[in-house]
Design a protein around this ligand. Structure first.
Ligand code: TXA
Ligand code: MG
Length: 329
């Protein structure tokens, strides 16, 4: 069953039931080594699910639950199907800040394993219609709660006993927010250090969040990101690439911020909102990538944004959607 959360739509099943969890992997076409997040509706559900929560973990839960933060915790043996944790001895847990999600989990009376409700590799769904486009006929149903709020997935973290919080996946809770509650500071998992999109990097460490190693969120058209400190140079390069693509017969799209929209001519021009309100970019990103597909766009150029606040999650998803193909100008 697919259901809304404050981040994206999830595809839920009883986390204890291996057959149900296997049905999630089958419906999504998801690699089986990529573990699922377990969703809970109240703190009492943590008992039995995990063996311990350290002081820093407690603080983060108090500060951000319910909300878009996932904690990787030591799993209580046998509490959930081994297919949920993909054989790891940790389990990722979150309590979503969405009334429908919380009521559904409470009614289910069990921990609910739920990945984003998209076909693996596609942009995550922020509308019930996106879920239907990807999974109609493959799942039992969709609870339509309208558009999701945050628009990018939860932040996945590990809270160390030393008070250090390690971000495994940037998301709806920002590094700046985490820093206020992490007495040991906030680190990015080594696999995220190249979020600038350096395609030359050959010795990338394996990400601790297994899902981070797959190509994700990709539209069907070719997507490239242009990055640079001078907006006019970025816009000139984007327009030159669009013009060249159009001359080759491509259907062109551009994904840009309001401040620069008037610069562009393309078959499909989509806005991520203002550079001064990156929560709008997070909210719109996945729907925009799907809209390019629906418009038959074959060649997409995107602007980048500062990796501050929600900009870190937006750039992480955009660069993954682009297969890390960045043009620096
Ligand atoms: O906002 C969200 O988190 C959404 C909604 C539906 O709650 N869910 C979501 O799930 O994004 P999914 O499956 O698309 O992404 C789960 C991420 C993957 O990157 C996975 O590798 C990581 O969490 N993960 C799950 N269990 C883990 C574990 N034990 N250790 C490290 N990473 C883990
Ligand atoms: Mg996902």
């Amino acid at each position: 069953m697919a259901f809304p959360t404050e981040t994206v739509y999830g595809l839920g099943a009883d986390a204890r039931n291996t057959a149900a969890v296997e049905a999630i992997f089958a419906a999504k076409g998801r690699p089986s080594d990529n573990p699922l997040i377990v969703h809970i509706a109240d703190m009492s559900q943590l008992d039995g699910l995990v063996t311990a929560v350290n002081e820093t973990g407690r603080r983060l839960m108090e500060a951000f639950w319910p909300g878009p933060l996932t904690l990787v915790l030591p799993a209580a043996p046998g509490a959930v199907s081994p297919r949920v944790t993909a054989g790891l001895d940790t389990v990722a847990v979150r309590m979503p800040a969405h009334d429908i999600a919380l009521r559904l989990i409470a009614a289910a009376g069990c921990p609910v394993a739920a990945p984003s409700a998209n076909r693996s590799g596609r942009p995550s769904p922020t509308l019930a219609g996106h879920v239907g486009d990807d999974l109609a006929g493959r799942i039992d149903g969709i609870v339509d709660g309208g558009p999701t709020g945050v628009g990018v997935e939860s932040t996945v973290v590990e809270a160390g006993d030393d008070g250090v919080v390690t971000v495994l996946r940037p998301g709806g809770i920002t590094v700046e927010q985490l820093a206020r509650h992490a007495e040991g500071g906030v680190r990015l998992d080594a696999a995220l250090q190249n979020a600038g999109g350096d395609s030359e990097a050959k010795d990338m460490p394996a990400p601790r969040s297994p899902g981070m190693k797959y190509t994700h969120y990709a539209p069907r058209g070719a997507l490239r990101v242009v990055s640079g400190s001078a907006p006019e140079r970025v816009a000139d390069r984007i327009q030159a690439e669009l013009d060249a693509a159009r001359a080759r017969g491509e259907i062109t799209g551009v994904l840009a911020f309001d401040e620069h929209l008037p610069f562009y001519r393309a078959d499909c021009v989509l806005s991520l909102g203002s550079l001064t309100a990156l929560e709008t970019a997070a909210h719109r990103l996945y729907a925009a990538l799907r809209r390019f597909d629906d418009s038959g766009v074959t060649f997409i150029m995107a602007e980048s944004c500062p990796q501050e606040g929600l900009g870190a999650a937006v750039m992480n998803r955009l660069l993954k959607a682009a297969g890390q193909q960045v043009i620096y100008v």
